[in-house]
Design a protein around this ligand. Structure first.
Ligand code: VGL
Ligand code: ZN
Length: 207
């Protein structure tokens, strides 16, 4: 059994959003096409309280891109994004949601960020995604979405370490690229960890 994991296809990560990923919207049509090839589709949703500790605005004198320690973990500070129940946290309007069996929300604890769809960054709290997939007999996962160098990367690395055969659909992802080369380094890191990098456009066509 294989499942597709759609990572953070939310308005705030799209061009014009609060934490825009270049060409983030361009992966949505391919994400829709990919869904039709899977019996099980799940999605993650970055879902922060308004005072989240990953927001630069939560600290006097800090700006997005600054690095701090958040309860002992290294933390890059971000613009305020994906605040619970806001339009920025909603899925992109063109994303087909009818076949998404379950949405896993993350980043809900103000004291710890959560890039992976499986665990918070301290790996203390699970979202339930692993148990959900294992209960349904999933052995293989395909990961796509935003952002390649953050949430996609940590979701794929955790999937692999949890024992799922893990595929990254590279052309159905885009990255933040805070530093030039971050996306290429993230893909190499995933590959070295055992994630197989595949392309979706060749088989499914891209607009
Ligand atoms: C993400 C930065 C902060 C992501 C989420 O979805 O990759 N990046 N929160
Ligand atoms: Zn976030």
């Amino acid at each position: 059994m294989k499942a597709l994991i759609l990572v953070d296809l939310q308005n705030d990560f799209m061009p014009g959003g609060a934490l825009p990923v270049t060409e983030g919207d361009q992966v949505v049509p391919l994400a829709n096409k990919l869904q039709r090839r899977f019996d099980l589709v799940v999605a993650t949703q970055d879902w922060h309280p308004a005072n989240h500790g990953s927001f630069a605005a939560s600290y006097a004198g800090k700006k997005p891109g600054d690095a701090i320690a958040l309860n002992g973990l290294p933390q890059v500070l971000w613009p305020v994004h994906c605040v619970q129940n806001t339009q920025g946290a909603a899925f992109h309007g063109a994303l087909e949601t009818a076949r998404i069996a379950q949405v896993f929300r993350k980043g809900t604890d103000a004291g710890v960020d959560s890039y992976s769809g499986f665990f918070d960054n301290g790996r203390r709290q699970a979202t339930g995604l692993s148990d959900y997939l294992k209960a349904r007999g999933v052995e293989e996962v395909y990961v796509c979405g935003l952002a390649t160098d953050y949430c996609v990367r940590f979701t794929a690395l955790d999937a692999e370490s949890l024992g799922f055969r893990t595929r990254l659909v590279a052309d159905a992802c885009r990255g933040v690229e805070l530093k030039p080369g971050d996306v290429a380094r993230a893909i190499e890191e995933m590959r070295k960890a055992g994630v197989q990098v595949v392309q979706g456009c060749a088989a499914h066509g891209c607009p």
